[in-house]
Design a protein around this ligand. Structure first.
Ligand code: GLN
Length: 262
């Protein structure tokens, strides 16, 4: 039986926005296919060795205060292990507060600048407590290569993500590919039309939802990529019945007056 270990970054500190749904979605989609999926919390009690054992990494959103606590812990050997994992292509999905911490720094609304891991070439800044938060449904098209091409092949259509964003911070990309192009919503900063980032096999996004149950094709991409890496063989996943997710996506696009794009 094939098995995967899903590493979940700081479940207690970084699950403010319902992103635990991504972990559950990955685990269930594995189990429905007879793939064993173990969840390994990566938190203050965990040592760097455990960071090395994971096959997929999930990081959720958090408030500024929690992000600061996380970054005080995510240093030294742990930071090194996480960086090495992502650099060597371990697939992962990082939402909102997590990508802010994978970048060079995050300037919170109040308090000191939080140094990030510097893995993604991006910076994030909160314009202050009086600034408008970026909240609402978000729709974007995945444009990052080779992810976009992979998804187009498996879906037979443009890979369209439907999610929900809720952030004060604005992210500005330097030399890293955007994950996608905003169709509706704010995305990285509400100015340049970019959303998220894509690096090696790491998906960074502002999209909660949670992301994966609303966009199951992304969950399957993560599972497939992870299995291929672990078992060094071409993997073809059994198709699952996703009628409910498909209907929910359709309804949401209709509500947002975007029925014409899918
Ligand atoms: N604290 C960050 C912000 O407001 C992240 C929020 C989140 O993870 N949803 O930008």
């Amino acid at each position: 039986m094939m098995e995967l270990t899903i590493g979940w970054l700081y479940p207690n500190l970084m699950s403010t926005y319902g992103d635990r749904g991504n972990v559950i979605c990955l685990q269930r989609r594995c189990q429905w296919r007879g793939i064993q999926a173990k969840i390994l919390p990566l938190d203050r009690q965990t040592d760097a060795e455990q960071f090395k054992q994971v096959d997929i990494i999930v990081g959720g959103g958090a408030q500024d205060r929690q992000q600061e606590i996380v970054m005080r812990d995510l240093k030294g050997e742990k930071a090194k292990a996480l960086k090495a994992k992502i650099e060597t292509g371990t697939p992962g999905v990082f939402t909102c507060g997590s990508p802010q911490l994978l970048g060079h720094y995050y300037e919170p609304a109040l308090g000191q600048k939080i140094e990030g891991l510097g893995l993604l070439d991006l910076v994030s800044k909160h314009p202050g407590i009086d600034a408008k938060r970026c909240i609402g449904n978000v729709v974007f098209e995945i444009t990052a290569s080779p992810l976009a091409e992979d998804l187009k092949t498996s879906l037979g259509t443009q890979p369209l993500v439907i999610g929900f964003e809720n952030h004060g911070g604005r992210t500005y990309l330097n030399n890293v590919a955007a994950l996608g192009k905003v169709i509706k919503g704010y995305g990285n900063n509400g100015e340049d039309g970019t959303e998220g980032a894509f690096y090696r096999n790491a998906i960074a996004t502002y999209s909660h939802g949670p992301l994966l149950p609303k966009n199951p094709f992304l969950a399957d991409w993560l599972i497939k990529t992870s299995l291929q890496q672990k078992y060094q063989q071409e993997i073809s996943l059994t198709k699952l019945e996703d009628n409910l997710a498909v209907a929910a996506r359709k309804a949401m696009l209709q509500r947002l007056d975007l029925s014409n794009i899918n």
